[in-house]
Design a protein around this ligand. Structure first.
Ligand SMILES: Cc1cc2nc3c(=O)[nH]c(=O)nc-3n(C[C@H](O)[C@H](O)[C@H](O)COP(=O)(O)OP(=O)(O)OC[C@H]3O[C@@H](n4cnc5c(N)ncnc54)[C@H](O)[C@@H]3O)c2cc1C
Ligand SMILES: *[C@@H]1O[C@H](CO)[C@@H](O)[C@H](O)[C@H]1NC(C)=O
Ligand SMILES: *[C@@H]1O[C@H](CO)[C@@H](O)[C@H](O)[C@H]1NC(C)=O
Ligand SMILES: *[C@@H]1O[C@H](CO)[C@@H](O)[C@H](O)[C@H]1NC(C)=O
Ligand SMILES: *[C@@H]1O[C@H](CO)[C@@H](O)[C@H](O)[C@H]1NC(C)=O
Ligand SMILES: *[C@@H]1O[C@H](CO)[C@@H](O)[C@H](O)[C@H]1NC(C)=O
Ligand SMILES: *[C@@H]1O[C@H](CO)[C@@H](O)[C@H](O)[C@H]1NC(C)=O
Ligand SMILES: *[C@@H]1O[C@H](CO)[C@@H](O)[C@H](O)[C@H]1NC(C)=O
Ligand SMILES: *[C@@H]1O[C@H](CO)[C@@H](O)[C@H](O)[C@H]1NC(C)=O
Ligand SMILES: *[C@@H]1O[C@H](CO)[C@@H](O)[C@H](O)[C@H]1NC(C)=O
Ligand SMILES: *[C@@H]1O[C@H](CO)[C@@H](O)[C@H](O)[C@H]1NC(C)=O
Ligand SMILES: *[C@@H]1O[C@H](CO)[C@@H](O)[C@H](O)[C@H]1NC(C)=O
Length: 697
């Protein structure tokens, strides 16, 4: 252990946490560095029989919650994650540009869901990737870190009683708390013409927010071209006015140009915590309930490594927190008997709580793109030019390998639509006719929720400054093929189409049926069409137009409204933002959770992930998910803070009417007993823990 102390003293603390970019030559150090990175993750399957909090899903939100809740050493926390650790494919997670050129999408680290055939999108089944690995979708996503606007966040807070905890001031603070922001390198800033304000950012949070270390020159033409068609540059896109043209921050760690995601941000830097266990390869198959005063109470959850494998049960002392994402969380509720009665009965699941909104209100951002040939180098052509063989790519990231797309613009409805007031009024007036034909539920509460979301979009958002369309520059496409191409994409931000997902089997391993009802509301078709026209105009505007040769898709044969609509129905895809499937709305509007994230009718089950947002924001989803999870952890800790303190001072006199008191105490002990052997040797653990506490969260 003396050698360990010397090692700790002789090198900067950061190296201990694996913060060094190089590798230690010494195998002994290598081993311990690896152990340090792997602490808190259970590799041998052995966990305690009960925990205070059981978090279902070790994804984006789940690992934030795990990290924050386990800061209280008196509280035991278990995470059950269906996917593997990701360590076998670490470079594919870490190297930003692999997102485009060597992606985990389609691999075993992707759930690889598919929608059912979409009648208004040429009957296509559209693929819906989701991360299935520690870190969840944050381990495979495009790394855009874009925040919703103040007006939208406040509109969300206004939808539920006591919703003010979700208002802009609180979410803004939570998103700042989650991040450590690093301004762009000066050459990157100059090339891309990046504007930002430090006042909108946090500088001591776990997630790294920055920019690529290498910039393609065409990015510098982005904001000037948009300015030339009246879209102003946003001087401070992260401060609540998230519209206009800008180069977005990305979840990139500028220390070594790697992806920053929920695991690398919130878990890897932690010291060993005897009260935290993260179990990969553990799919939760259902929540176990008992009747109690105050609603049905979760007493534990069941899980299994794969279909057909033996199921285990782990007990919960305080709460089950669902963080299984927009598909997983509603599916788990449904197979556990919480959901629409018609769906549960058809799937042969006994109804525990009839909650018609579970899986409903499903919304997504749909996108399509206009593509040009180019004679200039693109990021794609450079990548494939430099690395015609993927084996030639370095195993650690470089500035060039951190280039990802991040030039974006949020363009309002009025800038897209001729006679916007008239059309907005027509849309607003159509609420009842839309609700009477387009809601995929027989329950009136769900119809009311559809109307509430629709009204909010039509009445508060459409004519505001907030973007209705996101416009993105893609320099990474199809570079391995001739010709080299540049695309401009349009993604619909405030869909009027709402769909659903539902189960037809009580088995969690059977995928749910996903039906977003894309383009079912005609207003979405009109807006995406106009968004694509905007892309074409932008590509023909200087200075960007200098890079563009012939438009190859859809090409000059697509001009009329009808031609565009036919084409986009055949060529639109998910922007990967499904949400709203456990919407935070009043129960009378098909809500699933209340303002405290508690599932209606359940005493101790919350949902904290992308499924609870009641409508789509004009932004990418991960920044609000990090903010939501930070706030959820505070909320949950706040619920127990008085009780924890009281129990700590008077545990001997605990009331006998409380059945879980003794189980709780003994299980904490057993958790520690089980966890200790697999963490570091005690002495190293103690030293490292003390050293790391200073630089961790
Ligand atoms: C390909 C892709 C690109 C994207 N690009 C961007 C982007 O650039 N910027 C952005 O902001 N957003 C992007 N997103 C969206 C964003 O990543 C997600 O919205 C966000 O990460 C969702 O967080 P979450 O916590 O709700 O769910 P997730 O991060 O998906 O976590 C859910 C976790 O639960 C696990 N799980 C599910 N069911 C079970 C079960 N039964 N038992 C145990 N575990 C279970 C899953 O394996 C997963 O790990 C992208 C998404 C994808 C898929
Ligand atoms: C990148 O740096 C972070 C610290 O900032 C470290 O935790 C991580 O392990 C590094 N990643 C790689 C692949 O070296
Ligand atoms: C998870 O399962 C996969 C496939 O069986 C296996 O290769 C991997 O080692 C497991 N991971 C852990 C942490 O148990
Ligand atoms: C709102 O909060 C108040 C005060 O805490 C509480 O009494 C009330 O029941 C809450 N209402 C809802 C609908 O949660
Ligand atoms: C933001 O803060 C960083 C670090 O303090 C500083 O270098 C930079 O100049 C600041 N940028 C602006 C625009 O104020
Ligand atoms: C709870 O009680 C109701 C009504 O008695 C019953 O239908 C249901 O099955 C019970 N649920 C559990 C989990 O015991
Ligand atoms: C990649 O190729 C370009 C030219 O095509 C070159 O300028 C650049 O330095 C190369 N980058 C790397 C990391 O090899
Ligand atoms: C929606 O707005 C209409 C007015 O356009 C109003 O009559 C209706 O009550 C609203 N419904 C909901 C659920 O907000
Ligand atoms: C919508 O965008 C246009 C073009 O950028 C701008 O002129 C207009 O002021 C914006 N509308 C609102 C309400 O902000
Ligand atoms: C459920 O639906 C899927 C997809 O439509 C289908 O393949 C499967 O057979 C159905 N399962 C049952 C039990 O009906
Ligand atoms: C943990 O419990 C002990 C007593 O059992 C108490 O002294 C301590 O303050 C508690 N710590 C926290 C963070 O609640
Ligand atoms: C505190 O102890 C009581 C029993 O006295 C138990 O019911 C309750 O769950 C404990 N609360 C917490 C927050 O641990």
């Amino acid at each position: 252990m003396r050698a360990v102390s010397l090692f700790l003293a002789a090198v900067p603390l950061a190296s201990v946490a694996g913060y060094s970019t190089g590798r230690h030559p010494d195998a002994y150090h290598d081993f311990h560095e690896r152990e340090l990175l792997r602490r808190n993750i259970v590799y041998d399957g052995s966990i305690a029989s009960s925990y205070d909090y059981v978090i279902v899903g070790g994804g984006t939100a789940g690992l934030v919650l795990a990290s924050r809740l386990s800061e209280n050493s008196n509280t035991s926390v278990l995470v059950l994650e269906a996917g593997d650790t990701g360590e076998a494919v670490q470079d594919k997670i870490d190297i930003p540009s692999y997102t485009y050129y060597n992606s985990l999408v389609g691999s075993s680290y992707d759930w690889a869901y598919e929608t059912v055939a979409q009648p208004d999108a040429d009957n296509r089944q559209i693929s819906w990737p989701r991360g299935k690995v520690l870190g969840g979708s944050s381990a495979i996503n495009g790394m855009y870190l874009v925040r919703p606007s103040e007006l939208e966040i406040n509109a969300w807070a206004s939808l539920v009683p006591n919703g003010s905890i979700w208002n802009w001031d609180n979410m803004y603070a939570a998103m700042k708390k989650s991040e450590t922001y690093t301004p762009p390198l000066s050459n990157v800033q100059d090339t891309a013409k990046i504007e930002y304000s430090n006042s909108s950012h946090g500088f001591s949070g776990p997630l790294h927010a920055s920019y690529p270390g290498y910039m393609m020159p065409q990015v510098g033409d982005w904001t000037p071209s948009l300015n030339n068609i009246d879209i102003m540059t946003s001087p401070n896109p992260d401060g609540g006015d998230g519209w206009g043209a800008f180069v977005a921050t990305s979840a990139i760690n500028p220390a070594n140009w790697t992806r920053s995601y929920s695991r690398s941000a919130y878990i890897d830097p932690l010291p060993p915590r005897a009260n935290l266990a993260i179990l990969p390869n553990a799919t939760v198959t259902r929540i176990v309930f008992a009747n109690a005063t105050g609603g049905l109470t979760a007493t534990g959850v069941q899980y299994a490594s794969q279909k057909g494998a033996t199921e285990s049960t782990v007990s919960v002392n305080k709460e089950v927190i669902l963080a299984a994402g927009a598909i997983g969380s509603p599916q788990i509720l449904m197979v556990s008997g919480v959901g629409p009665q018609d769906v549960l009965e058809a799937a042969g699941v006994a109804v525990q709580v009839a909650l018609p909104g579970v899986g409903q209100h499903l919304q997504d951002h749909l996108y399509a793109e206009v593509t040009w040939k180019t004679n200039e180098q693109t990021a794609g052509s450079m990548f494939y030019g430099n690395y015609s063989n993927l084996n030639d790519v370095p195993t650690t990231s470089t500035p060039f390998l951190s280039f990802i797309n991040s030039a974006t613009a949020y363009v309002n409805f009025s800038a897209l639509i001729a006679a916007p007031e008239t059309y907005a009024q027509q849309i607003a007036d159509a609420v009842d006719s839309s609700a009477s034909t387009l809601v995929p539920s027989q329950y009136s509460e769900v119809v009311e929720g559809y109307k509430a979301i629709y009204n909010l979009t039509a009445q508060k958002l459409l004519l505001s400054s907030i973007g209705d369309m996101e416009i993105l520059l893609s320099l990474t496409g199809a570079g391995q093929y001739e010709p080299q191409v540049i695309s401009i994409q349009a993604a619909l931000q405030h869909p009027f189409s709402q769909g659903r997902l539902y189960i037809n089997s009580s088995d969690i391993f059977e995928y749910p049926i996903i039906d977003p009802q894309y383009l079912s509301n005609n207003a979405d078709l009109v807006m995406l069409r106009e968004g694509l026209r905007f892309c074409r105009s932008l590509g023909n505007t200087a200075p960007l137009s200098a890079a563009m040769a012939e438009e190859i898709s859809p090409g000059s044969s697509v001009q009329s409204d009808e031609q565009w609509e036919t084409w986009l129905a055949q060529n639109s895809y998910t922007e990967y933002h499904p949400s709203c499937s456990c919407a935070m709305l009043p129960q009378s509007q098909g809500g699933v959770v209340d303002a405290n994230l508690r599932v209606y009718g359940l005493a101790n089950v919350r949902v904290a992930d992308a499924s609870v947002f009641p409508f789509q924001f004009s932004a990418h989803l991960q920044a609000p998910v990090y903010g939501l999870a930070e706030q959820a952890a505070e909320l949950i800790r706040g619920t127990y803070v008085n009780a924890d303190a009281a129990n700590a001072t008077s545990s001997a006199s605990a009331s006998s009417s409380a059945p879980s008191a003794t189980t709780s105490a003994s299980s904490r002990k057993s958790a520690a007993t089980v966890l200790t052997p697999r963490v570091l040797p005690a002495a190293l653990g103690a030293v490292a823990a003390a050293a790391l506490a200073a630089i961790a969260l």
